[in-house]
Design a binder for this molecule. Sequence first.
Ligand code: CP3
Length: 344
Amino acid sequence: MTSDKTILRTLAGETLPTPPIWMMRQAGRYLPEYKATRAQAGDFLSLCYNPELAAEVTLQPIRRYGFDAAILFADILLVPQALGADLWFVTGEGPRLSTITTADQVAALKPVDAIHDTLNPIYETVKILATELPSETTLIGFAGAPWTVATYMIAGKGTPNQGPAHALKAENRPVFEALLDRITEATISYLSMQIEAGAEVVKLFDSWAGSLQDSDFMDYSIKPMAQISAALKTKYPHIPVIAFPRGAGKRYVGAHAAIGADCVAVDDAVDAKWVSQNVQTGGCVQGNLKSTHMVTGGDALVSETRRIVDALENGPHIFNLGHGITPDADPANVQLMIDTVRGG
Ligand code: CP3
């Protein structure tokens, strides 16, 4: 099936003269229109669960910049909440959750079928977007990868080195693995529902993959993502999967095949030329401009953008940042980045 959507063509393996573009956290606090809609919703979680407003903030960066893909506005921590964890956001500090560290607590999580009671508004958002997006824009659904989601569920918050999750893994591996299995199963169901509602691509964010060492990296980052990809491919063979094992370093080599991913997103710690020779050989890559250029702009933004586009021009490439854009970014720098990619 051919498509006129550049993201879908690139994910299918085509090398386009100009790479398609989208940006992690493209709907976010650097945009005044996002802040206005979030204020209207009340708070971040109310925004996530309000289909009309969540669709509105998803569309804002498409209207302003004409990105080639829209990413569903939601959060990776909605799955823990749907499984029964308490979740709230502390302004200026980030997410807080009730912690899970015992076999009883894992057993007390809701059954996977029950998560949709909570997550239904997210599927409604996807349905609205599927009808409202411009015909050339691809809709990306997403979820957190099991390891990253587990790090938040175990610690009850973001942690610099994921210490509590590593501690549980060392002290009580069966409980740790039972938690990972439950998240994996929930994620398959959640992404299936997003696809049924109209998501055309799904992305798995393993933001903390880099802290897994030796065989743990394969067992707890790669394998759960491979399980999710395989389950989705069985049901929806035409839906491309993007995987983002952030911080994988040299372990990005072979990641497409190990995960069963159509595209591997690379962070900004790896060099684009190295990626072209060692990772893009396995399939489409996405990345990897440092998000700080969206704050500082100028000649460095232009030259770095060109360097990445040139380095990855001989294979399928979706231009993106190496991580999410930050609230202190200047919206004009985003336009400069897009003009540089599209204008040469
Ligand atoms: O990319 C997008 O535009 C789509 C929406 C999206 C959000 N979070 C919205 C959001 C996506 C794909 C995510 C993923 C996410 N959420 C990840 C994985 C990617 C990554 O950044 O590593 C993680 C680890 C989370 C958990 C999370 N959500 C944290 C740690 C925080 C607080 C940090 C912060 O930036 O404030 C959030 C909040 C969050 N998620 C915001 C947005 C726009 C900011 C909330 C606000 O408006 O106050």
